[in-house]
Design a protein. Structure first.
Length: 121
C-alpha cells in the first residue's frame, strides 16, 4: 500500500527521481527503436543549427522542437506500457490508446517540421 507520509523529500526525492528517470532512458534506448532514431535525429540536427545564420534563440527553438519529439515518444511509450500491462488481449480501447499516442508523436513531428521551415525560410 502507498504510504504518503513516508515518501522521500527534498534532495533525496530529487536524487531518487533522477535514478528512475535514468533507468527509464536506459530502457528506452535498449528497447525502443523509435527513441534511438529520434536521438540520432537530435544528434544530427544540433550541429546543423550552427551552419545557418540564425540567432541563438532560433537555434534553441529548432533544438527544442526535436527534443519535443523525444518527449512525445516517451509519453507514447508510457501509454503503450500501461496498455500492455492491463492486458495483451485485443480490445478496441487498447488499440485506440496506442493509436492516439502514435498520433501525438506524428503531431510533434509535424510541429518540428513547421518550426524548422519557419525558422529557415
Amino acid at each position: 500500500m502507498f504510504d504518503n507520509k513516508n515518501k522521500p523529500k527534498g534532495v533525496k526525492r530529487i536524487y531518487l527521481a533522477s535514478l528512475n528517470s535514468f533507468r527509464a532512458f536506459k530502457w528506452l534506448y535498449q528497447n525502443e527503436s523509435a527513441f534511438k532514431q529520434e536521438l540520432l535525429l537530435l544528434l544530427f540536427t544540433v550541429p546543423i543549427t550552427f551552419l545557418f545564420n540564425i540567432s541563438y534563440m532560433e537555434q534553441m527553438i529548432l533544438v527544442i522542437s526535436i527534443i519535443f519529439i523525444i518527449f512525445t515518444e516517451v509519453i507514447n511509450t508510457a501509454i503503450e506500457a500501461v496498455v500492455d500491462r492491463v492486458g495483451l488481449d485485443i480490445h478496441p480501447l487498447s488499440g485506440l490508446a496506442k493509436d492516439l499516442g502514435s498520433a501525438a508523436v506524428l503531431i510533434s513531428l509535424v510541429i518540428a517540421i513547421i518550426v524548422w521551415l519557419m525558422v529557415l525560410l
